[in-house]
Design a protein around this ligand. Structure first.
Ligand SMILES: Nc1ncnc2c1ncn2[C@@H]1O[C@H](COP(=O)(O)OP(=O)(O)OP(=O)(O)O)[C@@H](O)[C@H]1O
Length: 199
């Protein structure tokens, strides 16, 4: 991104950001509440359009949003949440390969045994792991995660760390917004936002 400015309606939240996010590496975005981390991920996910500046993005990206009431209210099973990750259109049913990818990702995050459960009945940490598995199952070039380790215990956090490291080793570019200093230490690059500017 070069001289990137973005925000909502006419109000800029991110100001004049210039940085290179390295391909097939793990980048973390840190900063205080309201500094613009989620907004930056939304720009990368093409949900928020830049007001000015330049941005070059890979074709396919996946976004793991923060768990919240709307996710919990979905009346669907974990397996159906995962099916969304592999959805290719109404006339293209899931293949054996799709099912294998889903099972592998659920197992990787330690939640395969929850596959038939209603998503909304899981604990917060279990839902969070399913959402990370859903992001990974999309096999996108760019994987964006908004505070994926919020509310998860140390063992689950470790699973998420390992799963993201494995994805990076396989060529995925991972960008993660986090308040977790440990995640920042493990990352290849740390972008720090202060009131919408890179510091
Ligand atoms: N949909 C929206 N419409 C208008 N303003 C928004 C919207 N989303 C975020 N903002 C504003 O943009 C600014 C940055 O918010 P953002 O959610 O990007 O910060 P953050 O660093 O992710 O915060 P947190 O650590 O609390 O998740 C805040 O002032 C916020 O009020």
């Amino acid at each position: 991104m070069r001289s990137l400015t973005a925000g909502y309606r006419r109000r800029a939240v991110l100001h004049d950001l210039t940085a290179v996010v390295p391909r097939a590496r793990h980048t973390v975005v840190m900063g205080a509440n309201g500094s613009g981390k989620s907004t930056l991920l939304s720009v990368f996910a093409r949900l928020v359009r830049p007001m000015s500046g330049r941005l070059s993005l890979p074709a396919r990206c996946a976004l793991v949003v923060q768990d919240g009431p709307s996710a919990q209210a979905m009346p669907i099973t974990v397996r159906q949440v995962m099916a969304m990750a592999r959805w290719k259109g109404p006339w293209r049913p899931a293949t054996r390969h799709d099912r294998a990818v889903v099972d592998r990702r659920l197992a990787e995050l330690g939640v395969l045994d929850l596959a038939e459960r209603q998503f909304g009945t899981l604990s917060g940490g279990q839902r969070q792991r399913v959402l990370v598995a859903q992001g990974l199952a999309q096999e996108a070039e760019l994987l964006l995660l908004d505070e994926p380790a919020t509310g998860v215990d140390e063992a689950a956090r470790e699973r998420i760390r390992e799963a993201l490291a494995a994805a990076v080793a396989q060529g995925t570019t991972v960008v993660q917004a986090t308040h977790d200093r440990r995640a920042a230490l493990d990352a290849d690059l740390c972008l720090t936002l202060e009131a919408g500017r890179l510091s």
